[in-house]
Write a protein that binds this ligand. Structure first.
Ligand SMILES: CC(C)(COP(=O)(O)OP(=O)(O)OC[C@H]1O[C@@H](n2cnc3c(N)ncnc32)[C@H](O)[C@@H]1OP(=O)(O)O)[C@@H](O)C(=O)NCCC(=O)NCCS
Length: 230
């Protein structure tokens, strides 16, 4: 059995819903309770008020190094593909609806919902329980505060909070430690840096250790564990 076939088998075992039509890169991590490629939530209301199911003939594409955590659902497209771009990390209980296209290296914290046919660029950070309403287009390098409800298209480099989401003009927004993109790493390379951090932190990781390391990495000393909003 080739590595690729083995990866495929792992995927089938873990996601409990393997569709050969979906293209899942072999480097993708999918936690056991996630569901990938089920039909989207699409019903048309008939004249008599009853609901008719909309056929979902499309697929899911998940690019390399994506991480999908517990209870995440990624629905397949009506036509074409629902796409999760390279390196994107999706936390527990997120939902990615039919025909959504998410770009590269985004983080979606727990409970975030991206409604149908939305388009998301690269390097965005979504806090907990963000809702992006259907067909909204989001640029790149944006941040969304927890609970933001995004009703309109969002240009590159925006920080959005609230319901309906508004632009936060404040500079120097400090994102908690769970968000690596707030740390600009020039030396060593990001990969080396992550390896070093992983080796450096003693296990089990205590809140004190995290605070100490956060200070070391970012120069932001004197923070408490609460400041890091973990
Ligand atoms: C957006 C965020 C990063 C801003 O943090 P901050 O720089 O400390 O911002 P402040 O607390 O100074 O708030 C600035 C303003 O934005 C408002 N604001 C901040 N976060 C908000 C949010 N999520 N929703 C609505 N308003 C928010 C504040 O009330 C304040 O408004 P004011 O100027 O009218 O008083 C932070 O609030 C946030 O939402 N983080 C998400 C964390 C998260 O979800 N992590 C994943 C956990 S698993």
């Amino acid at each position: 059995m080739t590595d690729k076939e083995l990866a495929r088998l792992e995927f089938a075992k873990n996601s409990l819903h393997d569709r050969p039509q979906d293209k899942i890169h072999e480097s993708v991590t999918i936690e056991q309770s996630a569901r990938i490629g089920k039909d989207g939530f699409g019903f048309a209301r008939d004249v008599d008020g009853t609901l008719v199911k909309v056929n979902h003939a499309g697929n899911v594409v998940i690019e390399k190094n994506v991480e999908i955590r517990a209870f995440v659902t990624v629905d397949r497209a009506v036509n074409g593909n629902t796409i999760i771009g390279q390196g994107t990390k999706i936390d527990h209980h997120c939902h990615i609806a039919h025909n959504v296209k998410i770009g590269k290296w985004n983080t979606l914290a727990n409970g975030t919902v991206i409604e149908g046919s939305c388009e998301v660029g690269d390097f965005n950070t979504f806090g907990a329980n963000v809702v992006v309403q259907r067909k909204v287009k989001i640029g790149s390098n944006c941040k969304f505060g927890s609970g933001a409800v995004v009703t309109k298209d969002v240009p590159d480099n925006s920080i959005m909070v609230g319901n309906p989401a508004r632009k936060l003009e404040k500079k120097n927004v400090i994102w908690p430690i769970v968000e690596p993109m707030t740390v600009t790493v020039t030396e060593p390379s990001l990969k080396e840096w992550v390896n070093r951090v992983n080796e450096d932190i003693e296990k089990p990781v205590t809140p004190e250790k995290l605070v100490e390391h956060w200070g070391k990495w970012t120069g932001q000393e004197n923070q408490t564990h609460d400041d890091l909003a973990l």
